[in-house]
Structures are given as structure tokens and as C-alpha cells.
Design a protein around this ligand. Structure first.
Ligand code: PLP
Length: 486
């Protein structure tokens, strides 16, 4: 069903035009879809620009909120319903019953509206109120069940859905966890789209793992096209997947409540084919939440919480393993509106310890706190390393921007020089240009401490910021510590 199937009433195509950056054929005649479900799929691939800085290769995200139900799950909703109709399991006037974290419910609800079915969804109470309201808005009945009970407990949302399916005549329980139409939907649509959109150049495919359909369906297709494609599954702390993949042991001690919605499990769904997932990376609720907010602020991608998990985990992998020329595709499953009262709400973030409980200081506060006392010390790229060491010692600093004229062309840190000098003492006579690292990153004056601290790490020892008078200031880890300590 994926694709653009315009109904063209009339004759010839007079010309081609550019509309909103896409090549679209413009007809003199009407063109439209026969139903909203025909708009599912063919979501765009977008390059990450800021968050992927320093990573070799190209990092692309597939933005699934372009689907009409705003998530990747629209793809499996229509597929599971179509397959059930074909198999005679779902008959006219029937009821669709599913345990869902919200997105699959929306996909099923859209398919149900098109096919004239009723919907009842069971949901864990950790899910956002927005998700519940959205499903009710499209006509579904939603039953909220406790999160912190075992899957086999009769109160769990899995058990309630199964019980209702037994009790209600002419009902269909799609069971996205074990229904292989889920994986098949991604094998038929997501995988081919990624292959075509990258012209077969994709080398790495990363996606969060919940039911497993997204990673395994598209992963299977891509590996059939090119067995060298590496798949990276993103898991959460509190879920069994990573340990099971690495040891073959279903460790119940790995299971504990977590907050990220849509990924990680306390069961092994049939849609998770571990042979198709090369690596698992676990991401904490907090790292995922902060990365999701950065996706919105730094890339303009207003996406859901598990998108932060996927990007955080995939970038961790990419930083270490991606090579020049590699192309990584990361699935962003859903839209940010469903999380407005959670991770996009500063009070909620503070209450959960994901943000400082006081107002966040910014780069501007750090610059102003120094009161003009932070004269930027720089070094010319043609100086000798021995002179650089003398300068760092004299100024009592650990890192320094490297200049060519008035251009910042690189950076130097005392730890790098020390490491190199111990290995080869003779480098003291080489010039800075030969040993320097790329320049420190520039940040905006209004970037908050959470963003700044996420940009300073072992590789990026300092940040640069331009004040309102265009003067450059350096922000180091010590500055951040001082600002956090107040
Ligand atoms: C928001 C969100 N992210 C990621 C996933 C994981 O996708 P899959 O179930 O295909 O493994 C889901 C699935 O429920 C989801 O709702």
C-alpha cells in the first residue's frame, strides 16, 4: 500500500515542477489518494548534521513520523489487518483487540477505520496520557493496565488483551509481538525503501527493538541485498534482549521497570530473530531523553523518546566503527507530540533527575561569570611543540586553540602532547600543525549546561563560544564544573 497512488482524473502530464523541495509531477487534473492508509510509507531519509559531527561516514535518519498516524507502526497496522482479512481471521464487523504502547494502536485504528472494524486496546499505565487520548480520538476503546506486573499476571496488558480476544466473538488479536506479518511489513516496505533511497550504499542499519519487527524485517531485506550490512539493535536497561543475544541466557535479573516507551522487553517476541541483529547497545532512560531533546533543538527533528535511544546508541556504535564512505541509517519511530508532558516538559525532566532541579545556566552565564578575565590564549600552528608546552605551563591551561593568522585551524591539549612525548620525545621539535587535532566546536551563547556537558568528552576537551561583540571565549570542563557547582 505504501507509495503515492494519485487518482488522476484526466489526461496528459503537462510539466514537472519543484514543490517544497520535492520533484512532483503537477497535473492539470485532480490527484489524490483513495484513503489515508495509502499515504503510509515512503518516509524521508534525512542526514544528521550537528549530532554526527566527528563521525566518519554519513549518518541518515528515517523519519517515520511522516506516516499519517505519526509512527513506524502504521506500516504493520495495515499489514496485520490485510493478512488477517486474507486468512479469514478478520471478518466484516469484527473487533481488533491489541496490547499496544500506542503507536501500533494508531496504525491498527487507521486500518480499522478503512475496513469498518471496531478497536479495543490495552495499554500499560507508564504510557503517556497523550497516547491514550490520541487512540480515543480515532474511535478506539482504551483499557489502561498496571505496568509493574509480570506478563503472565492476569492484570498485565498482554493478559487482558488475550482474555478479551477469547471473550468477544468475531474478534482478532493481531499480537504484534508474535505475528510475523509485523516483520514482513518491514521486509516489504522499510527495507526496500532504505535500499532504494541509499541506492544500495547503506552499510549499517540501526533501530530500537521492541517487538523486533522493524530491525529484523528491514534488516533481513538489507542483508539479503548485501550480506555485509551490519544491524545494530537498540535496547534499554531493564530489558532482556542484549544479555540474551550475547549469552543465550534469559536472565530475569535483567528485568526491572524503565521509562522509555516502545523499546526493550521482558519477553522474547517471535518477531525478534536474534540471528538478524548483529549487535545490541543499551541506552539509559536519561541519555535517551536528553538526546531526544537535542534532536529537536539541534536538528529540528521533533521526535519521540525511543528516537533518542536509537540515535544515542547508534552514534555510540558509529563513533567507534563507522569508516569513511559508510552509510548508517537509523529509524526514528515516532513524533514528539506524544511526549510533550514528559521529556519535553522541563518540570517532568527535573522531577526524574534528568535535568538539574534549578534553572539551567547557559554558555552566556559562564562567559559573564568570568567578567572579561578569560583572555583567549591561542598558539600559532607554526610554533614548535616545545614552545606550546612552555605556553600551556606558563598560562596554567590544559588546552589551546591553534591559529593560522586569525583563523582557528585546530586544537591542542596537554594530555595529547604528553602521550606523544612519552612515545617519541623527538616530537618536541615538530611543529604544532603536525600534531594538532580538529578545532574545538563552537556552541551558541544560549546553549544550556546539559547541552554543553554532552558535547565535552575525551575527544572534545573544550568548546568555543562567540559573545555578542564577536569575541571568542573558551569553555572547559573545569568551567562547566564550576557552573554546575554554582
Ligand atoms: C515508539 C517506539 N519505538 C520503537 C519501537 C520498536 O519497534 P519494533 O516493535 O518494530 O521493534 C516501538 C514499538 O512499539 C515504538 O512504539
Amino acid at each position: 500500500m505504501a507509495g503515492y497512488y494519485p487518482f488522476i482524473v484526466g489526461g496528459i502530464i503537462p510539466h514537472c515542477c519543484i514543490f517544497h523541495g520535492h520533484n512532483l509531477y503537477c497535473y492539470l487534473f485532480m490527484h489524490y489518494y483513495s484513503s489515508i492508509i495509502d499515504t503510509i510509507g515512503n518516509t524521508p531519509l534525512v542526514r544528521l548534521n550537528k549530532l554526527s559531527k566527528g563521525i566518519k561516514g554519513t549518518v541518515l535518519v528515517k523519519v517515520e513520523y511522516f506516516n499519517p498516524g505519526n509512527s513506524v507502526k502504521d506500516r504493520i497496522g495495515i499489514k496485520m489487518v490485510a493478512d488477517a482479512e486474507k486468512a479469514g481471521i478478520l471478518k466484516p464487523g469484527g473487533t481488533i483487540i491489541e496490547g499496544t504502547s500506542g503507536n501500533t494502536g494508531m496504525g491498527l485504528a487507521l486500518a480499522a477505520i478503512a475496513g469498518g472494524y471496531k478497536c479495543i486496546f490495552t495499554m500499560a499505565d507508564k504510557q503517556s496520557q497523550e497516547k491514550i487520548n490520541i487512540l480515543r480520538a480515532v474511535g478506539a476503546e482504551v483499557i489502561v493496565c498496571p505496568t509493574n506486573v509480570a506478563p503472565e499476571d492476569p492484570r498485565s496488558y498482554y493478559s487482558v488483551a488475550r482474555r478479551l480476544n477469547k471473550e468477544i466473538p468475531n474478534s482478532f488479536y493481531p499480537n504484534q509481538y508474535d505475528n510475523l506479518s509485523n516483520t514482513e511489513a518491514h521486509y516489504e516496505t522499510t527495507g526496500p525503501e532504505i535500499w532504494d533511497q541509499t541506492e544500495g550504499k547503506v552499510t549499517h542499519y540501526a533501530a530500537g527493538v521492541g517487538t523486533g519487527g522493524t530491525i529484523c524485517g528491514a534488516g533481513k531485506f538489507l542483508k539479503e541485498k548485501n550480506p555485509a550490512v551490519v544491524t545494530v539493535g537498540i535496547d534499554t536497561y531493564g530489558s532482556v534482549f542484549k544479555k540474551y543475544k550475547e549469552t543465550g541466557f534469559f536472565d530475569e535479573n535483567e528485568i526491572y521497570p524503565y521509562l522509555t516507551e516502545g523499546i526493550g522487553e521482558d519477553i522474547l517476541p517471535k518477531n525478534v530473530d536474534f540471528s538478524l541483529i548483529d549487535h545490541f547497545i543499551k541506552v539509559t532512560d536519561k541519555d535517551a531523553a536528553i538526546m531526544t531533546r537535542r534532536l529537536a533543538r539541534e536538528e529540528g527533528l521533533f521526535v519521540g523518546w525511543s528516537c533518542g535511544s536509537a540515535v544515542y546508541g547508534a552514534l555510540e556504535y558509529a563513533r567507534e566503527y563507522l569508516k569513511e564512505g559508510d552509510v548508517m541509517v537509523i529509524i526514528l519511530p515516532d513524533h514528539g507530540t506524544r511526549y510533550l508532558n514528559k521529556i519535553y516538559n522541563d518540570t517532568w525532566m527535573k522531577d526524574h533527575g534528568f535535568l538539574e532541579s534549578r534553572d539551567f545556566a547557559t554558555a552566556r552565564d559562564i562567559v559573564e561569570s568570568k567578567n572579561g578575565a578569560d583572555r583567549l590564549v591561542t598558539i600559532d600552528s607554526s610554533m614548535k611543540i616545545s614552545e606550546a608546552v612552555r605556553l600551556l605551563t606558563k598560562e596554567g591551561i590544559s588546552q589551546i586553540p591553534v591559529m593560522e593568522g586569525d583563523q582557528i585551524v585546530g586544537s591542542l591539549t596537554d594530555s595529547k602532547i604528553l602521550g606523544q612525548l612519552i612515545e617519541k620525545p623527538e616530537i618536541k621539535d615538530t611543529i604544532v600543525n603536525e600534531l594538532m587535532d580538529p578545532p574545538f566546536k563552537f556552541v551558541g551563547l544560549d546553549n544550556t549546561l546539559d547541552v554543553l556537558s554532552s558535547l565535552i568528552d575525551k575527544e572534545n576537551k573544550a568548546l568555543l563560544v562567540r559573545d555578542d561583540l564577536n569575541r571568542v571565549h573558551i569553555i572547559t570542563q573545569a568551567d562547566l564544573l564550576a557552573a554546575v557547582a554554582g
